[in-house]
Write a protein that binds this ligand. Structure first.
Ligand code: RB5
Length: 149
């Protein structure tokens, strides 16, 4: 990935505060951040926010996406329905690193009701620092892409 990496962020109502903390954390590292909300705490369905961030990445407006809901699971499921998206829900730094190294993930999902903010920032750092290893892993990622048709 050359130049400034562009990252889109979104969440549902369960993760407004965590999303803000992550946005500030990665902006301070020089990443180009697009936060597509929501900004108010009213209940709002996670599928629409997962899809919106996923389309931002799939359409080439961002390189990577970070999405957050209560568990990280629902918003991850929605994002993965968008063609070209490979998103993993992570609660640990090892998985966050591996989904890029082996699976070439272009999005990560977090659960604001699962991990505390400090761990969430470490998970994001692990994801952003890792690089896809290619080789035999590229063959397997190609197999995932083939399932999409
Ligand atoms: C919202 O209450 C909650 O269901 C949502 O944030 C998420 O955990 C869904 O997967």
């Amino acid at each position: 990935m050359s130049g400034t990496t562009r990252i889109v962020l979104s969440s549902d109502h369960a993760a407004i505060s965590m999303r803000g903390a992550i946005a500030a954390h990665i902006a301070a590292q020089g990443f180009e951040v697009t936060d597509i909300g929501p900004t108010t705490p009213e209940s709002t369905p996670y599928p629409q926010h997962g899809e919106a961030a996923a389309r931002h990445v799939a359409d080439g407006h961002s390189d990577l996406g970070i999405i957050i809901c209560g568990t990280g699971q629902g918003i991850m499921m929605a994002a993965n329905k968008v063609k070209g998206i490979r998103c993993g829900a992570c609660s640990d730094t090892f998985s966050a690193r591996m989904i890029r190294q082996h699976n070439d993930a272009n999005m990560i999902a977090l659960g604001a009701r699962v991990v505390a903010e400090g761990l969430a920032l470490d998970i994001v750092d692990a994801f952003l620092k890792a690089r896809f290893e290619g080789g035999r892993h590229a063959t397997r990622v190609d197999m995932i892409k083939a399932i999409e048709g």
